[in-house]
Design a protein around this ligand. Structure first.
Ligand SMILES: [Zn+2]
Length: 435
């Protein structure tokens, strides 16, 4: 079994707890001294750093939400002195201010270690060529996996996003064995590889990949694995915490190994804010255990997930996290029913007659929510007769109704109609917010 840091990835439960406790106690004292927003929050509930004696006391600490980070824009959450900060990232915001994340050299080191652990889980080693087609920039995807590849001693190819024909050429000529990109871009690349007549295994030497930055499904994973002949790992991360590599699938793909020596996960009920037992699905909350640039205490990620502490055959003892089923922000409430885009994707991917390129339109007509799913026919089904296409539509509409408990209008479009994304796919238009 290959690990990047076996001494940390296979720690005993008791040693892990001791390490988490030691790091949390230190972090709380540090944030109280250096981050005014935390000092104020703790003072408001009369909580002193000395009240936190170990990881079992974490529930006493106040939550952090995205609005706290926006309010502190740009540098109000930084804990380290300016001379010790070495990098800033910022998360893409469609509205309002960006959220800024500051890193010390130590934070970059820890992040690179976690990204390297992730790459090893995807099958990389020091002889690998890692093709990174996440964007390089304020978004953490590109630089995060790049540093991980270099930390591992592999060769990083900073292809960045865009120019798909050049990506194909680099993949074929350099023979990368590992790829990092969003799952929606992976599907697009696969289509272009097939169109160019390139054969996975012969012309494209990929063996594994870390795919993240958007919620995806097991059906999408199966599709990527089958068509590229690779191990497709789900990778999780967010710029507020560090970047990609906070958690990643091992070869058994029984939930992502959460790097819980550095980042402590909790699941809470997003309505009552009460912690939920291991195994229950709720909102993921993360505390950084040894970050120094901008530590975060009990950060509410809005991501919906569940934890799993059962043993994994790979031998890693880090707690695992089941696939993110969506962001509580992305959840659509259609006629009172909660619908996640990932549920829609699951239904679509069970149909060989359509491809996983889709767009979801939500509107309100005569005070009633309407849901339309625009999806591309597969090239094979596109040449079918009108009656055949109508049968596909009817079958999909019926499966969708039973899959998501809401009636949806299905609109089938020709292959290549839906705009391809080079980063995170924009899949929802909710016109209700404009009304
Ligand atoms: Zn495992």
């Amino acid at each position: 079994m290959k690990y990047f840091q076996p001494e940390l990835e296979t720690m005993s439960a008791a040693d892990k707890r001791a390490l988490q406790s030691e790091r949390l106690v230190k972090t709380v004292a540090y944030v109280y001294e250096r981050q005014k927003p935390y000092r104020e929050k703790m003072d408001a509930i009369k909580l002193r750093p000395s009240d936190i004696k170990g990881i079992e006391d974490i529930w006493k600490l106040p939550y952090t939400v995205k609005a706290d980070l926006r309010a502190a824009y740009p540098f109000g959450m930084m804990a380290a002195d300016r001379k010790d900060l070495v990098r800033l990232h910022a998360s893409s915001a469609t509205t309002g201010k960006l959220t800024v994340s500051g890193y010390t050299g130590h934070d970059i080191d820890v992040w690179a270690d976690c990204a390297a652990r992730s790459l090893v889980m995807a099958g990389a080693d020091e002889n690998s060529i890692v093709h990174v087609c996440y964007g390089y920039g304020l978004f953490t995807g590109g630089l995060g996996m790049h540093y991980g590849a270099e930390r591992l001693g592999a060769i990083a190819v900073p292809a960045s996003a865009g120019n798909t024909q050049r990506q194909l050429q680099l993949l074929a000529d350099f023979g990368a064995d590992i790829i990092c990109c969003t799952p929606s871009y992976a599907i697009y690349l696969i289509e272009e590889i097939e169109k160019a007549g390139l054969k996975p295994g012969r012309d494209i030497k990929l063996k594994g990949g870390c795919f993240g930055a958007e919620a995806w499904t097991e059906e999408m994973r199966a599709d990527i694995e089958r068509r590229l002949g690779i191990r497709a790992c789900d990778i999780y991360g967010l710029s507020e915490i560090s970047g990609p590599g906070v958690a990643n699938d091992c070869e058994y793909k029984r939930g992502m190994h959460f790097q819980d020596d550095h980042y402590f996960p909790e699941i809470i009920d997003p309505d009552t804010l009460e912690p939920l037992p291991v195994g229950e699905r709720g909102e993921l909350v993360i505390t950084t255990l040894d970050r120094t640039g901008m530590p975060l205490i009990r950060y509410r990620t809005r991501d919906i997930a569940a934890l799993d502490d059962s043993p994994c055959p790979c031998g890693r003892t880090t707690i695992r996290m089941k696939r993110i089923t969506g962001r509580s922000d992305d959840m659509l409430i259609i006629r009172g029913v909660n619908v996640f885009p990932s549920q829609i994707e699951s239904v679509l991917l069970k149909h060989p007659d359509v491809r996983p390129h889709y767009h979801i339109n939500v509107d309100r007509v005569n005070n009633l929510d309407t849901l339309e799913i625009v999806v591309e026919l597969s090239p094979e089904a596109f040449s079918d007769t009108v009656a055949d296409v109508e049968a596909i539509r009817a079958k999909l509409a019926a499966d969708m109704a039973s899959g998501i408990s809401v009636t949806a209008k299905i609109t089938l479009v020709s292959p290549g109609t839906i705009e391809r994304s080079e980063g995170k796919a924009k899949r929802i238009t909710d016109r209700r917010v404009l009304k």
